[in-house]
Design a protein around this ligand. Structure first.
Ligand SMILES: [Zn+2]
Length: 300
């Protein structure tokens, strides 16, 4: 069966020169995947923008009015990491729509991957750290509201804690938030996930994989999710500009392959998003992200 890969050319917009967010990585990632076997054997799906109604399940009316209508304060824009523009709103809605489509495709086929997504720092009423709308939360709420699933496990392996997602679902028993992240990294003020594992600086492949392989299997058994949302941030890589951990290329692949395969073996659908990754070398960065899709293509 072909692997559903979700992509929209609108994931990438033009940012001011020297902006620290690697906006072009989505396009470079798409080009890498399309040029190789992983992409050729895939079913490419172009998502629609997320509807305002789907965002409203998670975000407050005041925040959505400011974000969609262009009245975000200077302070809010600074905290988001972006200057507001109509193009920014359009790309954000496409990215969230992409994660919604990824969830639908995963529920249909068992496994699907977005080529963007993982905006886990966004809160109900606030943007933070390059995250304007929390796509993981919007997608989880969407699947629950439609009655497609009853229990969702969010496996957030981005190097930064999934603070927005943790806070949004702290009182919701239907969503279990698991975040494994760098202890010394952003956000300075962590929230309480249902399970947090904070890793010391310099954590290498062996220590990382040990934590993961001892933490994840019990969750699949005890919480028994009927959907996993996987944030496969590559900012755990040794060469990441913001990371402080020390995973190698092989370690990254082993991590992604492990998460996807253990869910596949348990017959739990997985919708994966790429999460964070920061490197001025966009080709190297997109190659890191492509490991997720390569691992997935081996498992369909
Ligand atoms: Zn991150």
């Amino acid at each position: 069966m072909p692997l559903p890969l979700i992509h929209h050319p609108g994931y990438t917009i033009v940012l001011p020169p020297r902006h620290p967010f690697p906006m072009a990585k989505f396009r470079v990632l798409r080009d890498i995947l399309a040029a190789e076997e992983t992409g050729m054997g895939a079913e490419w799906i172009t998502p629609q923008p997320a509807s305002e109604a789907s965002l409203a399940r998670i975000h407050t009316p005041e925040y959505l009015r400011a974000f969609l209508g262009g009245s975000m304060s200077e302070a809010t824009q600074r905290r988001s990491g972006f200057r507001w523009s109509e193009a920014l709103v359009e790309r954000t809605l496409l990215e969230v729509g992409g994660t919604l489509t990824t969830v639908e495709a995963a529920l249909d086929t068992g496994l699907a991957c977005n080529t963007a997504g993982g905006t886990h720092h966004a809160h109900a009423d606030a943007a933070s750290g390059y995250c304007l709308i929390n796509d993981l939360a919007v997608a989880a709420a969407h699947a629950l509201t439609h009655g497609w699933v009853d229990r969702i496990l969010i496996v957030d392996l981005d190097v930064h804690q999934g603070d927005g997602t943790a806070r949004l679902f702290r009182h919701d028993q239907r969503v279990f938030t698991f975040s494994m992240h760098g202890a010394a990294n952003f956000p300075a003020r962590k929230q309480h996930s249902d399970l947090d594992i904070a890793l010391p600086r310099g954590t290498d492949d062996a220590a990382y994989l040990h934590q993961l392989t001892t933490s994840l299997p019990p969750l699949l058994v005890q919480f028994a999710p009927d959907l996993v949302l996987y944030d496969a941030g590559v900012d755990v890589h040794a060469d990441d500009r913001l990371g402080h951990l020390a995973l190698t290329d092989n370690g990254l692949f082993a991590r992604d392959h492990y998460v996807l395969s253990i869910c596949r073996e348990a017959h739990i659908p997985v919708a994966a998003v790429i999460g964070g990754g920061y490197d001025r070398d966009l080709e190297a960065l997109a190659q890191r992200h492509a490991r997720l899709h390569r691992a997935a293509s081996q498992l369909v």
